[in-house]
Write a protein that binds this ligand. Structure first.
Ligand SMILES: [Zn+2]
Length: 353
């Protein structure tokens, strides 16, 4: 990262971020939009709404009331801890292994689930099929994460549905983790058109596509950070005190061994890095100081191919020729779901009791 690049004076977004502009104080568009969207949230009302939802599902399942997608990271661990200990929900933790999961992370997931006192199931779909999906996505769109963005929510839903669980609560924070809509988008129509002609739909059906809407609407999904303030210092404090979590704010890392490679490809394709926008989110939300974030980004962002890049490409049947013309590739050339329909579907799911 060169130091000449102009950055937002509040977060750290660079001037080559899509459609960015800076106001007279040097504050970027994304920061200003963030304030409009999030400054007037009534957290008290949100918490009460959460309590109403949980009351409706508590004690209703056969063995479990709720399924919690569990990566072993701070967000999902805290989600499990809160739901079990603060709200008395009978939780089933669900861990998903995309074939690139750090073996240390899987061991950590198991020991954390034991410490939390919750049952755990792990799902790892056939890696040969996954590799073909990653390869096709990478060749067509310049990124391979699209595969997991579609696969993970479907797997979570399938697991809950199979277990007869009617409520799913994840620890995904929109404020801190959502990728920039200007560079990333994915839905199942888009995914289907990317895979068309490369992988038969029948092979993808169970793992990548939901069953009928009717069936889907039987399972309610929420993100806990939408209902309670996601105060990271407090979250680390709680986890270290209650569970010997053994991690701090400086340990933000990813358990998917594909992350450095996807981050490098992303930067090469769009001109700024994944760590840049993730840490910009954290700075904007007051989780980490601006200078510290700049230091971390400088150290972690891969301007050159990361270690093991060729081996990674080889493992999914690609080589460096996929870098040719990478800058021109984008998912936005593929057909996606109609905007109005998307909003409507989200609204309906939000309204589920
Ligand atoms: Zn900003």
């Amino acid at each position: 990262m060169t130091d000449e690049v102009r950055r937002c004076t509040r977060c750290i977004l660079p001037e080559n971020y899509p459609n960015i502009d800076f106001d007279e104080n040097g504050v970027c568009r994304v920061c200003r939009e963030h304030d409009v969207k999030y400054s007037s949230i009534d957290w008290d009302a949100r918490r009460k709404k959460l309590e109403r939802i949980l009351d409706r599902y508590r004690g209703k399942g056969q063995k479990y009331d709720i399924m919690v997608p569990f990566s072993g990271g701070k967000d999902s661990t805290y989600t499990l801890w809160v739901l079990k200990n603060r709200y008395g929900m009978r939780c089933l933790a669900f861990n998903f292994d995309n074939g690139f999961l750090d073996p240390k992370a899987l061991a950590f997931v198991k020991s954390s689930a034991a410490r939390l006192g919750v049952d755990l199931i792990t799902y790892s779909p056939d890696f040969d099929l996954l590799k073909r999906v990653y390869k096709r996505a990478l060749e067509a769109t310049g990124e391979f994460c699209a595969a997991c963005i579609v696969l993970i929510p479907t797997s979570i839903f399938r697991a809950a549905d199979t277990q007869g669980i009617r409520l799913i609560a994840a620890g995904f924070s929109d404020i801190l983790e959502a990728p920039p809509p200007e560079t990333s988008y994915m839905d199942r129509i888009c995914f289907r058109s990317i895979m068309k002609g490369a992988i038969p739909l029948d092979e993808l059906k169970w793992d990548f596509f939901f069953p009928s809407w009717k069936r889907m609407f039987k399972v309610k999904q929420i993100n806990l950070p939408d209902y309670i303030e996601w105060n990271l210092p407090e979250i680390y404090d709680t986890l270290n005190r209650e569970l010997d979590f053994g991690k701090t704010m400086a340990d933000v890392r990813y358990d998917c061994l594909g992350t450095p490679h996807s981050s490098y490809l992303f930067l090469k394709r769009v001109g700024f890095g994944k760590y840049e926008y993730l840490y910009a989110n954290m700075v904007r939300s007051g989780v980490i100081a601006r200078e510290e974030a700049l230091g971390i980004v400088k150290e972690r962002e891969h301007r050159e191919a990361p270690e093991g890049f060729d081996e990674f490409l080889e493992s999914i049947g690609c080589d460096r020729s996929i870098l040719d013309g990478l800058e021109e590739k984008t998912i936005f050339t593929f057909k996606s779901r109609n905007r109005a329909f998307r909003k409507l579907a989200m609204k309906v799911r939000e309204m589920l009791p």
